[in-house]
Design a protein around this ligand. Structure first.
Ligand code: NAD
Length: 362
């Protein structure tokens, strides 16, 4: 591998080139898994990014190698399959590996990417359980590589504005937060999202992660307890995974929160109630443009940009310039701790489950 050193840092090829002050300040990204999200969101966004670009692909489908190589001008040396993936360690053109596979494959490929010396972006949910999250974090720490979650909303301006209002207490303290994230699933009942062995769960691990995230950044705090209930109206379709879940949070300030997630309802909303008013985002978690309004009648409005472009550029800048990691691995692990607590509460008939998260992921 072409490497350069700068002080105590060991840098891969393109990072070194970037810091050496040449015109190439872009990091190379390899997408692992070329399904819907890579095809329709990430690859197009990587045509717009300023600090990173698409240099490699990892796919189990040989036909995609040709189409992607042609469409995006990908060098044959930067095309891998799941078997020879570890050879990516010898490819200086690839700085970041972005794992966009079914959830059951996240831990394996994040760990292999870290062991290959590549920075890692992991799609949500981080993994199948907290133990797997720990494995990913440990592998990245041991390899000295950066780890970011594919939590695109942290780079998105409406969400950033909400966080700013909460942190600055512009409308006073938050007293209640409500978050809904879900969609009506009517596709093949055989899709991996409805297969627990591949997904780890249903609506909660898919869209529910957005509702959990939203309750946390919309209150500025981690919950200290959760109680949850599950509802099933189409059990013949949702044979293996949860359809709809409600959960209630208590926060350390005394604020409370309510989330709802579903694979049976199109819900996409955030509401923070403060001492002196409220803020609503609706939609709150789709690809945008989002919309926002406040209790004083004003609207929150920003020009639309690809959220994925902003997210990948933020992560590349974190590597290149040391800017904050907006969605670190600890945040993904924290959310998985909450997911596990929600499932436990459901198993125990809605029992209040205490959480000891402290400042984790905030
Ligand atoms: P998808 O079903 O469209 O694609 C999955 C890809 O994985 C396909 O290319 C498929 O060939 C490959 N694959 C490898 N082994 C497989 C197996 N055993 N079963 C099924 N597919 C297999 O899924 P997607 O929508 O691209 O989701 C991929 C990941 O991205 C998931 O973790 C998902 O949660 C996440 N995602 C995140 C967002 C977001 O907004 N951040 C949006 C969509 C998906």
């Amino acid at each position: 591998m072409v490497k350069g050193t700068l002080g105590a840092m060991v840098l891969s090829g393109s990072t070194f080139t970037a810091l050496a002050g040449t015109q190439n300040r872009k990091l190379g990204i390899a997408l692992v898994g070329l399904g819907g999200y890579s095809t329709y969101q990430l690859a197009p966004a990587l045509q717009q990014t300023k600090y990173c670009y698409l240099t490699g692909i990892v796919t189990g489908t040989p036909a995609k190698e040709k189409t992607w190589a042609r469409k995006y001008g990908i060098d044959a040396k930067s095309i891998y399959n799941y078997q020879n993936f570890d050879e990516i360690a010898n490819n200086p053109a690839i700085d970041i590996v972005y794992v966009v596979l079914p959830n059951s494959m996240h831990a394996e490929f994040c760990v292999r990417a870290a062991k290959a010396g590549k920075h890692v972006i992991c799609e949500k949910p981080m993994a199948m359980n907290v133990a797997e999250c720990d494995e990913i974090i440990k592998a990245c720490n041991e390899a000295g590589v950066k780890l970011g979650m594919g939590y695109r909303l942290h780079s998105e301006p409406y969400t950033q504005e909400l966080k700013r209002i909460v942190a600055g207490k512009e409308l006073g303290d938050v007293s209640f937060v409500s978050a809904e994230a879900g969609y009506y699933s009517g596709g093949s009942p055989n899709q991996w999202r409805l297969n627990k062995a591949l997904s780890g769960g249903g609506a909660l691990v898919n869209m529910g992660v957005y509702a959990i995230q939203s309750a946390i950044y919309g209150s500025g705090q981690n919950p200290v307890s959760v109680s949850a209930q599950e509802f099933s109206t189409r059990p013949e379709y949702f044979k293996d995974t949860d359809e709809s879940i409600s959960a209630q949070f208590e926060f350390p300030s005394g604020a409370t929160g309510s989330i709802y997630t579903s694979h049976n309802a199109n819900v996409n909303r955030h509401y923070s109630a403060f001492k002196r008013g409220w803020v609503e985002l609706n939609p709150a978690n789709s690809y945008g443009p989002l919309r926002g309004r406040k209790s004083d009648g004003s609207v929150i409005e920003f020009p639309h940009e690809s959220q994925q472009k902003l997210q990948m550029d933020d992560f590349a800048r974190h590597i290149l310039e040391g800017t904050p990691n907006l969605a670190p691995g600890e945040m993904g692990k924290r959310d998985m701790i909450i997911v596990e607590a929600i499932y436990r509460s459901i198993r125990e008939s809605g029992k209040r489950i205490p959480l000891q998260l402290g400042q984790m992921g905030l």
